[in-house]
Structures are given as structure tokens and as C-alpha cells.
Design a protein around this ligand. Structure first.
Ligand SMILES: [Fe+2]
Ligand SMILES: [Fe+2]
Length: 396
């Protein structure tokens, strides 16, 4: 196992509203790392470097999965072809962003744009902040394809590999690519948001990359993607619901269509993890506990617009407040996955495996309790200017 110290984060990232209080072990880990970083003052010289977006603040671990387990994934190639690739939609049967947008080649284009803008006027700014955050998350797709291609045994070795795993990753990426594209074009046409600031945020975010702490392990990687697909399904589902409430049926359709894709992806990724539980219950439950101890970081947690050092926290707070993605959802997703994979019913586990099982099965209620306590502490409502909506002050 190779360990490498990561660079220091450049912006003061507070704990997000989704994140839980640090476990004591993680806290001491951070302290010792901070001590090490103290001597590397060269890092700090880069603080004003315009190419340096926020970076991860944790030790980066690589190749933690025993190499012999790579064979499991190679042997599952035919299984993946029959069970996973079936969850992709052929291009000819897929929706495209242009299906939901004014047709620039048609006579009625200007009228359609006008209608779109009229409808969007009824929607409050805080909704747009969340929709922008969701869109930016989707637009950092290069990072997610990279992440999948870090996973040992399933990565696309050539860029056009014919393994089922590689075919899945490329086709999944191609499906996902429509999400950011559609939301971006809708938001551009709406005229409600500052596109230049949004585009800067996307550029910073892709430059930041992300280390979801999956350590090149497809066990950890597919647990992470299972969680994330469900999180995006919930999030886009809620922006659809709210758009409808604000009277914009077309925007509701856009978000709902994206949510349906996320659901299909969730089905595929959770099926992979289900198979891993069948083949290697001990290894998989240990991976699930490991991932949950580290917490599932949100893919866009390093977002930055060149101004706001706490941009992700502000976006998250608005998402929480208007009910698009909340701390309760985090616990609900975990509980759903634990049920989906029948973790409680696993038998024949090692001592460590049993401990991991107990930990993950009891975690969702604990998260909820912590969250209720946090909610109980009266939080000062404050307003912050957000560049995405032209510096208007938004309640966070
Ligand atoms: Fe997506
Ligand atoms: Fe997705």
C-alpha cells in the first residue's frame, strides 16, 4: 500500500452540512498530518497561484485492495456484460438535450426562448443557486470518468478497451454527459444566472479533481458510485418537484428525466456491489464500513468561484434549506443501501466482518440522532452574496 501526503487545502473549507462530526481517529489523523505539513512551507507559497483551486485535505492512499482480488473483477466480465450493460440505453433510444430546449433551427425559436424566460421568472433565486450547483456537479464529469479509471481490475486500460467494465464506464460517461449539457443550456437561456461565474467555477472544479478515498479499489469505488447515483437521483428528483411547484412544468421534465437516468445508474452500481457481497461478503462489508467511516464526500465539495472560500458549504446549506438534498437524505441513502444489500442478514463473517456489519447497520439511526441534535442548536440565519446569481444575497 502506498501512502502519499496530499497538498494543503488553500481555502478554509468548513464541515459541510452533510458531513458528520469527525471521528476521534480521523481527527488525530488530521492533526498528525497538519504537523507534517507544517514543515512544508513551500506549499503555502502557492496560495495566490491562480491555477490552484481548493485541494483535498487528507492523506491519499493508493492500491489498498490485495492484488489477487483483481482476478475477481476479470472473472466477472461476462457477468457484467449480461447484468450491467443491460442497464445502458442505446444511443438511438436515448433522449438528447435538444429534445427539451428551444430549437434554434426553427421559426419559433425566439418565441420559445421568451416562454422559457417567462416561466423561469416565477422561480426564486435560491432554487437557481441549487440548480446551478447541481449543474456544476454534473459538468465536472471528466473527474468522475477519471475516478472510475483509477479502479484496479475494471479500468479502461486503453481508452477503447473491450472489457465489459470499460464499455460500461464509457457509455455511462456518455449518458451522464447529457445531464450537465442540458442543465447548462437551460440555465444559459434562462438569463437568471451569471454564466461567466458558473463557467469559472466549473473550470476550477475540474482542475481540483477529487479523491473520494476509494484507493483504486473497485469495492470502495462501486460503493461510492452506488451512493452517489442515489444522491443525484434524490437531488434531481427534488429540483423536478420544486420546479413543478413553481409552475415550470418543462423544467420539472428536464430534472425528472435526468433523475430517471440516475436511478438506472443506481440500479447498475448497486447490482455490482450486490454481486460482490455474494462472492466476497467479508471483503465487501469491510469496504462498506471503511467507506462510511471516511464518509461519502460529495463530488463537488471542492467547488470554488474565485471569491467564495465556502462556496460548497453555502450551496449545500441552500440545498438543505429548500429540501433538495439534506442531511436526512444521507442517512436515508445509507439505510436504503444496507437494506438493498441485505447487510443485516450476512452470515459466516470473520470477527472483523461482524464488527463492520454491526457498525454499518447501526449507523443510519446514529447519523439521524446527531443531525437532530445539530438542528436543535439554533443556527443564526445569515445571508451571503453568491456570484452565480450576480452577487445577490441568499439565505444560507
Ligand atoms: Fe448525472
Ligand atoms: Fe448518474
Amino acid at each position: 500500500m502506498a501512502l502519499r501526503l496530499n497538498h494543503m487545502i488553500f481555502h478554509s473549507h468548513k464541515v459541510s452540512s452533510f458531513a458528520l462530526p469527525q471521528s476521534p481517529s480521523l481527527r488525530s489523523y488530521k492533526v498528525s498530518m497538519a504537523a507534517t505539513l507544517h514543515s512544508t512551507s513551500r506549499e503555502l507559497e502557492n496560495v495566490k497561484n491562480p491555477f490552484s483551486p481548493p485541494r483535498e485535505l487528507h492523506v491519499q492512499v493508493t492500491h489498498s485492495m490485495p492484488p489477487q482480488k483483481i482476478e475477481i473483477f476479470k472473472s466477472l466480465d461476462v457477468w457484467a456484460e449480461k447484468n450491467i450493460l443491460v442497464h445502458l440505453k442505446p444511443v438511438e433510444k436515448s433522449w438528447q438535450p435538444s429534445d427539451f430546449l428551444p430549437d434554434p433551427a426553427s421559426e419559433g425559436f425566439e418565441e420559445q426562448v421568451k416562454e422559457l424566460r417567462e416561466r423561469s421568472k416565477e422561480i426564486p433565486d435560491d432554487y437557481f443557486v441549487v440548480l446551478v450547483g447541481d449543474m456544476i456537479t454534473e459538468e465536472a464529469l471528466p473527474t468522475y470518468q477519471t475516478m472510475l479509471n483509477t479502479l484496479d481490475g475494471v479500468r479502461d486500460e486503453t481508452g477503447a478497451s473491450l472489457t465489459s467494465w470499460a464499455i460500461w464506464t464509457r457509455a455511462w460517461t456518455a449518458e451522464e454527459n447529457r445531464h450537465g449539457d442540458l442543465l447548462n443550456k437551460y440555465l444559459y437561456l434562462s438569463g437568471r444566472v451569471n454564466m461567466k461565474q458558473i463557467e469559472k467555477t466549473i473550470q476550477y472544479l475540474i482542475g481540483s479533481g477529487m479523491d473520494p478515498r476509494t484507493e483504486n479499489s473497485p469495492y470502495l469505488g462501486f460503493i461510492y458510485t452506488s451512493f452517489q447515483e442515489r444522491a443525484t437521483f434524490i437531488s434531481h428528483g427534488n429540483t423536478a418537484r420544486l420546479a413543478k411547484e413553481h409552475g415550470d412544468i418543462k423544467l420539472a421534465q428536464i430534472c425528472g428525466t435526468i433523475a430517471a437516468d440516475e436511478k438506472r445508474h443506481e440500479t447498475a452500481y448497486t447490482k455490482i456491489v450486490e454481486k460482490l457481497f455474494e462472492i466476497d461478503p467479508d471483503g465487501t462489508v469491510l469496504a462498506l464500513a471503511d467507506m462510511m467511516r471516511k464518509k461519502i464526500s460529495m463530488p463537488a465539495h471542492l467547488m470554488y468561484d474565485g471569491h467564495d472560500d465556502n462556496l460548497f458549504e453555502h450551496f449545500s446549506a441552500v440545498a438543505q434549506r429548500i429540501g433538495v438534498y439534506t442531511a436526512k437524505d444521507y442517512a436515508d441513502i445509507l439505510e436504503f443501501l444496507v437494506g438493498r444489500w441485505n447487510v443485516e442478514k450476512l452470515t459466516g463473517l470473520s470477527g472483523e466482518g461482524c464488527k463492520a456489519q454491526d457498525y454499518v447497520c447501526g449507523l443510519a439511526p446514529r447519523i439521524r440522532k446527531l443531525e437532530e441534535r445539530a438542528q436543535g442548536r439554533a443556527k443564526q440565519a445569515s445571508k451571503v452574496p453568491l456570484s452565480w446569481v450576480f452577487g445577490k444575497e441568499i439565505m444560507v
